[in-house]
Design a protein around this ligand. Sequence first.
Ligand code: GDP
Length: 434
Amino acid sequence: KPTIVLVGRPNVGKSTLFNRLTRTRDALVADQPGLTRDRHYGIGRVGDRDYLVVDTAGFDPVAKDGIMHEMARQAEQAIAEADVLLFLVDGRAGRTPHDEQIAARLRRSGRPVHLVVNKAEGLERSLASADFHALGFGAPLPVSAAHGDGIKQLIDLVLAPFPLDDDPQSSEDSGPAVAIVGRPNVGKSTLVNTLIGEERVIAFDLPGTTRDAIAIPFERGGKNYTLIDTAGLRRRGRVFEAVEKFSVIKTLQAIQEANVAVLVLDASQDISDQDAHIAGFVLEAGRALVVAINKWDAVDDYQRDQLKQEITRKLGFLSFARFHQISALRSDGVGGLLKSVDAAYAAAMSNLSTPQLTRIMQAAIAKQAPPRHGTSRPKLRYAHQGGMNPPIIVIHGNSLENLPTSYVRYLERAFMEAFKLQGTPLRIQFRTAH
Ligand code: GDP
């Protein structure tokens, strides 16, 4: 799944383009109560293809210290980890010295770069082209992020060199692909080493996946699993260590490659925005999720109470997932955690038959009818399964675009309960006959 990184000086329209590139997915998780969105990382989708989009903010190659320097450092890391770079310039403002600095930096990156001229609505194509040609990335692609012009062509061009991928699927014998994720120092490597124990581990490249994803098969309790190794968590000899600088992009790539994400939290610390952002991304990617509250051994009753309140307040949108209190260090609670991984995986891969789905939908309607919209009442006819991991339920009927979000959530809950889908998010899509 390719990672597209947007680079450009302030005000060229990066966040508008980011919203365009991620909009379809965004709508799916909109209005989740309590969900904190990170507006710099998102998933986009055209047809069956997923891609990760990263918006770098405040990229100033000459900033030496302070917040600007930190932002520049993060942008540098994103550039290094990009599969493809979109270099955005402003067609109305023309080429600026700042653009030239960025161009020089991008040329050194060795990554494929597409030059995108934004705000191109109503601009003479040849004029824009001549001015920006001098940046040295060939003919620029004109778009209007605000109006949506040229976006489809841009995505098609950018994605063309990347092989088609499928959503993660694992065979019977390799078991679920599991990504252990979380911010630095929460205990990810400790947990992985506890899980894998003295097992002989063999690393191999996962075919057809992002260049840095490495899969480690392991067995536990007679069951097979495949661990998705991330750059932040690399095997060194027999043990895992957090060897490299923490990378948001690598974390998000691992989530996309996995069937199940295990989000590790540190019980001795407050729940941070970074925890919530990673959790939000799991939901956006539609992956099954188990939460491990680690270092439970190191906190007293007061801290445990505080933490429970924090979790309800900041991670309320994860009500579909199971939470486990564990101590990776003492190997407490790890067996139970893996049982939930199995259950979440089974839920994510459920086969839901059309008659069953339709029956559950009708029972839900009988209990609470969809609200009227003006003179028409949305009519739900039947439901079938449209995908797995996450389970997608496609409902056919009329005037379905008028269903309020609250009613969609009500249907979601009805399906979740009827099929006992704990551990996986669920998607409902509507097909309206006209
Ligand atoms: P990572 O950056 O998420 O991989 O975190 P590490 O696994 O390197 O752990 C960070 C620190 O937390 C180390 O000092 C660990 O020994 C400690 N740690 C990890 N798990 C536990 C736990 O369950 N209890 C306690 N008390 N400390 C832990």
